[in-house]
Design a protein around this ligand. Sequence first.
Ligand code: ATP
Length: 353
Amino acid sequence: MSALLEVAGVSKSFGPVKAVDNIDLTIGANEFFALLGPSGCGKTTLLRMIAGFEMPDQGRIILAGQDITGVKANKRPINLMFQSYALFPHMTVAGNVAYGLEMEGMRGAELDRRVAEALDLVQLSPLAKRKPAQLSGGQKQRVALARALVKRPQLLLLDEPLGALDKKLREQMQIELKRLQQETGIAFLVVTHDQEEALTMADRIALLKAGRVAQLDAPRALYERPSSRFVADFIGQMNFLAGEVTAAGLEIPGLGCFGAVNLADHAIGTRAELAIRPERVELLDGAVSGAIAAHVSGLAYLGQDLILHLSIAGRAQPLVARVPAANPLSTRLRQGLDLWCRWPAEHSLVLSE
Ligand code: ATP
């Protein structure tokens, strides 16, 4: 991966709040990168520093080998697409898209060609003569995208780009954004608090917690090998069972000793938690060695899958299981049923804070 953007030791405080705390990361040319994390973790502040709207207290921002830390926002080959879209209401769609290039002095056939190309890319050519007030939310969003892409930046920054759209449109646009990124070859840096959005679109994700990188990985690694309880809890759903690390596995009071793929990373005698994804919990209608007796205390039908809450003796929190609705057992599953459950050690993780 050739590096396009390098963020090196960047920090930023607002009074006593350390919004960004010594962050290092590298984004490749042609990469779709997501900054993900709960509200207030510093995503927007980091994005604004990369855009040049905010100066870091410490650290450097390097783009294509050039230190741009002190370079003004409008002199950076970077574009930022605002969440509000910030379209000019009195201009047509084509006028909005042309504006940035006109400001650079472009005119005539070249300008027309570039605008037509950008509108084509976001499939808005038939609406070129409309005003923003005559567009739907999704269409406005496409104009904002075309306006950002028309300048052919090396890096496009998008702050919660799909935040204003409804769920269905958001899912469509996730795929669309990914296509646009691949077609243009421009590196995209997206800020989102929506983990599903980040998992769907990004090549790599940096999950932030309180101004720091909690984990930086490809979506699958983040989901399958979270490095801490925070990451496991933020990405998808996870069951946690507290216990003590032994040589044989995690000893969970009242349940037994359970193996896990990363057991060896933890010191014997320390407290930790066993983490199991709901879809890894298997249901059995008979007792087998190592299976745990459970009682179905809740059941939700999701169409493709069923979500079950399983009460286990001596535990206040139910274990959550997610099974395909087409499962042979599924037709018999109902609230109040007694059954057994287990999970494979190769899909269990031991996690600490
Ligand atoms: P959200 O998803 O809610 O937008 P975020 O992850 O983008 O959150 P930031 O907006 O970067 O988080 O804020 C990080 C921290 O810095 C927060 O505690 C926020 O209150 C604080 N902060 C951000 N901008 C300012 C500012 N201009 N003045 C004071 N505090 C600020």
